[in-house]
Write a protein that binds this ligand. Structure first.
Ligand SMILES: NC(=O)c1ccc[n+]([C@@H]2O[C@H](COP(=O)([O-])OP(=O)(O)OC[C@H]3O[C@@H](n4cnc5c(N)ncnc54)[C@H](OP(=O)(O)O)[C@@H]3O)[C@@H](O)[C@H]2O)c1
Length: 354
């Protein structure tokens, strides 16, 4: 279709790639040319993605058949694989948007520290921009290569940024408790994600050392005079999609901070961010952010509560790990890179009840 952005997805049989296909097939300015899977090559995409029946006749092709001369290639592949693919397409004309962790950390030494191995393609790092539009809309609009943030990193960074930027909290005493649904582990089952092992329980699967800690600290560093230290714990909980982050922050001057000031700080900081909603209601059941009302959408809901007793601010954020935490954020970045309104193709409301 003349004038449309011609896009291909590598890794479209997985959860983020499938979600990207769902979003792009409904995007008015994008045409999806091809979708890859090694294991499903030759099969209709609707065999893996029955929700897309009637919307597409695409069949999976192997990644090797994804042409370089399209407008944008999305890499929805495991880390390591993305680096190989980025090298393959690096000389080509296509914009690249990588959903893996390969190009999120600027410093290869930080990557080695958190990922326990040498960076697979350090020479490509300088071309990638961290794709968190709420913090760097301008850089994304100029970029040709995007490293889409991690899902927990997105929820935590958006929750913390306004408080750090306002200089209200101790940057070295930040505790983030994240709960995530099973789709966060991808479509390939493992023993830990197998239904009988995962259902009916809550598991602190990464009490310390979660890799997203590094990108949260990296993204927040420019907002704070002192480099922030984030203590992150991640829990696997009983849901398929969604993240709920509870951040505990300690005020530098608790006597002089009011709840109204906190709310104004958030509303102000995100006044031009169409996908961040401030949520702190006085009535009803859904008073604070929770995964249900954002499921399937690109919203990140954020609310904060003042706890004068402990000199603490509790910030609660919720998003869908496959949308604002992955595919939706990638589309938001594509919109910015192409000069389209940021919300194009991303305006559908969530189901309720979800
Ligand atoms: N799940 C989330 O919530 C989430 C959120 C943010 C970011 N991410 C990141 O996004 C990436 C994809 O995650 P996911 O959850 O969608 O994973 P997934 O469900 O396991 O899907 C992985 C995809 O990559 C393809 N693939 C695997 N090895 C390949 C290779 N050597 N060459 C070409 N294609 C290959 C698979 O295709 P086959 O059919 O051939 O196996 C599949 O389509 C990961 O880097 C992940 O860390 C995930």
């Amino acid at each position: 279709v003349v004038g449309k952005v011609r896009a291909s997805i590598i890794g479209a049989s997985g959860y983020t790639g499938g979600e990207l296909l769902r979003l792009l097939l409904q995007h008015p300015a994008v045409e999806v040319l091809s979708a890859s899977s090694e294991r499903c090559a030759g099969r209709p995409v609707t065999e893996r993605l029955p929700n897309l029946r009637g919307l597409t006749h695409l069949r999976y092709v192997p990644a090797a058949e994804i042409a370089a001369d399209v407008d944008c290639i999305f890499l929805c592949t495991p880390h390591g694989v993305s680096a190989e693919l980025a090298a393959r397409y690096s000389a080509g004309p296509a914009r690249l948007i990588d959903l893996s962790a390969d190009f999120r950390l600027r410093d290869p030494a930080t990557y080695a520290l958190w990922y326990g191995r040498t960076h697979p393609a350090p020479e490509l790092l300088e071309h990638f921009v961290y794709g968190l539009p709420e913090l760097q809309r301008g850089a994304i609009a100029q970029a040709h290569r995007i490293a889409a943030p991690g899902c927990i990193a997105t929820a935590a960074t958006l929750a913390l940024a306004p408080l750090l930027a306002a200089g209200l909290i101790d940057p070295q005493r930040i505790v983030v408790d994240a709960k995530i649904g099973s789709s966060g582990s991808g479509a390939l089952p493992t023993q830990a994600t197998h239904h009988p092992q995962r259902s009916g329980t809550v598991r602190a699967y990464k009490p310390a050392g979660h890799r997203h800690t590094a990108e949260i600290e990296q993204a927040l560093a420019p907002l704070s005079a002192t480099a922030p230290t984030v203590a992150l714990t991640a829990h696997a909980v009983e849901m398929v999609r969604g993240i709920l982050c509870t951040a505990h922050c300690f005020l530098l001057d608790s006597a002089n901070v009011t709840a109204a000031q906190l709310e104004a700080t958030y509303r102000d900081y995100y006044s031009a961010a169409p996908f961040v909603r401030y949520v702190h209601e006085a009535h009803g059941v859904h008073r604070l952010p929770e995964p249900g009302p954002v499921r399937g959408t690109n919203y990140c809901d954020i609310g904060c509560i003042l706890d004068p007793h402990a000199g603490r601010v509790v910030v609660v954020s919720a998003l869908d790990n496959l949308v604002k935490g992955a595919a939706g954020q990638a589309v938001q970045c594509l919109n910015l890179m192409c000069g389209l309104p940021e919300t194009t193709g991303l305006t559908a409301a969530a189901l309720h009840p979800a």
